[in-house]
Design a protein around this ligand. Sequence first.
Ligand SMILES: N[C@@H](CCC(=O)N[C@@H](CS)C(=O)NCC(=O)O)C(=O)O
Length: 202
Amino acid sequence: MTESITLHGFGDNDRSGKVRWTARELGLGVEEVRVKPGDHRRPPYTELNPFAHVPTVVFRGQTLFESTAICHTLAEAFDAPKLFVARGEPERQKYLFWLAAFGETLESRLVECAVSRAGILDPQYFSLHEHGLRFKLGVLADLLPKQGFLAGDRFTIADVVGGYGARLAIQCGLIERQRLEPWFSALVARPAAIESRIFASL
Ligand SMILES: N[C@@H](CCC(=O)N[C@@H](CS)C(=O)NCC(=O)O)C(=O)O
């Protein structure tokens, strides 16, 4: 029987997309629990996720929150396919760099821009972040590998986090898709990305 995670999220476009994609790469089933916006701020949801955020995952009896940490926890539960780069592997520093650049430096600002563009947050959020994001995305685009994935030949969680950020950046008009090729198209074509609908809104 296929092992599954239970994924609490708003829908296809929030950070639960990173988790859904990771799960599909690992061959895990995904039992979806759709959270109605607003319900995430009150019990019983806040008993699962005290930050009152989505996503939250239940996996092997553990409740997990923080999307990048969830992706890592899932990845490290399996040796094959190996979606992480461990201490001592030659690509480790590159892996950590891309995880931090997309996941820490860019992600929350990109999400605010996307939500601002969607009219849910004030347009000022977009204006506040636009210049810095365009600049940093340009730097990252120049550093992208000419072939393979962010941490070398192997697809990893750095590509999941990077792909999610890149999709938001393209959608918000902060960078041209062409600047992220061929890496970005290699992500979009992955069966697990298609199954998880992570790029469906592009
Ligand atoms: N760093 C957290 C951020 C979670 C987060 O802010 N999620 C958004 C949706 S993508 C959310 O729950 N927004 C609703 C709110 O903040 O009230 C993670 O990666 O899980």
